[in-house]
Design a protein around this ligand. Structure first.
Ligand SMILES: NC(=O)c1ccc[n+]([C@@H]2O[C@H](COP(=O)([O-])OP(=O)(O)OC[C@H]3O[C@@H](n4cnc5c(N)ncnc54)[C@H](OP(=O)(O)O)[C@@H]3O)[C@@H](O)[C@H]2O)c1
Length: 277
């Protein structure tokens, strides 16, 4: 398996794939700087500066460079080398039709993981959903499962996914910080409050996942005692418009994700046609 661009997310992919398969797999990964190449070796991959070597020696290739570097990869690798390869692009914004045009003969997929791949807890979406059951789709699904959960979606949903799931860790970090500050304001030490909030988040997520088929607000009602503490907090949450604010946060992120997608795709195609410049 090959990884083109072993940066933050590419490194997480190398770590996730390593040891995840029963059969022996070799992971070859590319980067440009010495530090990236050293990091690939440290993670158990075979480092190279040659993207052509990555493509020619791999059946499955992850494309994890920044979108604006993609045209240089296209210029680097002779077009016939892509033929018959399975390629998973995790680059935000670059559309399947663009990938198909620039990587002739390759079977292309787009996936959107999030940074939680670093702890094998990514929520990854992959398109196109109609390829899920093909031989290539099964391989892609198996490899992405090494990073966390995998959902097959239509390509249009990837922009929504980027706004919700890609940006989600940042939004939740803010929510966590707000809850911690609430505890600090009422006399708890920050480090104690932080650990407590993380445990509440993890525990609540696990409990909700275990209650398949039940609406999540049933849990809220179960812990809301008449005239108790929870209802006082919930009244403030409503009064301050917290829920409406969070709905707006996701809407804004998804809107921006769609705008950026269009911009990226157009500029990648233009640069690739100009030989990577
Ligand atoms: N970070 C996330 O949470 C996240 C989540 C989902 C998707 N993504 C997508 O993943 C991609 C990478 O994001 P990132 O945050 O991991 O970026 P990053 O840390 O900057 O990594 C990009 C890597 O690409 C390498 N690179 C650049 N040009 C190259 C070339 N021509 N050939 C081979 N390698 C090359 C760089 O190597 P050098 O450092 O040696 O130059 C760097 O290691 C982006 O397209 C982004 O949209 C990121």
């Amino acid at each position: 398996m090959g990884i083109i661009g072993a940066g933050k997310i590419g490194s997480a992919i190398i770590s996730g794939l390593n040891g995840c398969f029963h059969e022996d797999i070799e992971i070859i990964a590319s980067g440009r700087s010495d530090s990236t190449l050293r990091n690939i070796e440290k993670l158990g991959g075979r480092p190279t500066r040659s993207n052509t070597e990555v493509v020619s020696t791999s059946d499955l290739i992850f494309l994890s460079v920044k979108p604006y570097h993609f045209p240089t990869v296209v210029a680097d690798v002779p077009p016939d080398v892509w033929g018959g390869k399975t390629v998973v692009s995790i680059m935000a914004g670059v559309r399947l039709r663009t990938l198909r045009e620039l990587l002739p003969g390759a079977k292309v997929f787009r996936a959107m993981p999030n940074i939680n791949a670093l702890v094998q807890m990514s929520a990854t979406a992959v398109a196109p959903s109609e390829m899920a059951g093909s031989d290539e789709g099964l391989l892609v699904g198996k490899a992405l499962a090494c990073l966390g959960s995998v959902r097959w979606v239509s390509e249009e949903l990837l922009d929504v996914w980027t706004g919700l799931v890609g940006s989600g860790p940042a939004f939740l970090a803010e929510v966590i910080d707000a809850l911690v500050l609430g505890a600090v304001a009422t006399g708890m030490r920050r480090d104690v409050a932080y650990e407590a909030v993380l445990d509440v988040m993890l525990g609540t997520a696990k409990l909700l996942k275990s209650r398949e088929g039940k609406h999540l607000l049933e849990l809220r009602d179960e812990v809301t005692t008449p005239a108790g503490t929870t209802i006082e907090g919930l009244k403030t949450l409503e009064r301050e418009g917290v829920k409406a604010g969070l709905i707006g946060v996701v809407e804004a992120a998804v809107r921006r994700s769609k705008e950026i997608g269009e911009e990226i795709d157009t500029s990648v195609m233009r640069a690739a046609k100009n030989g990577g410049n």
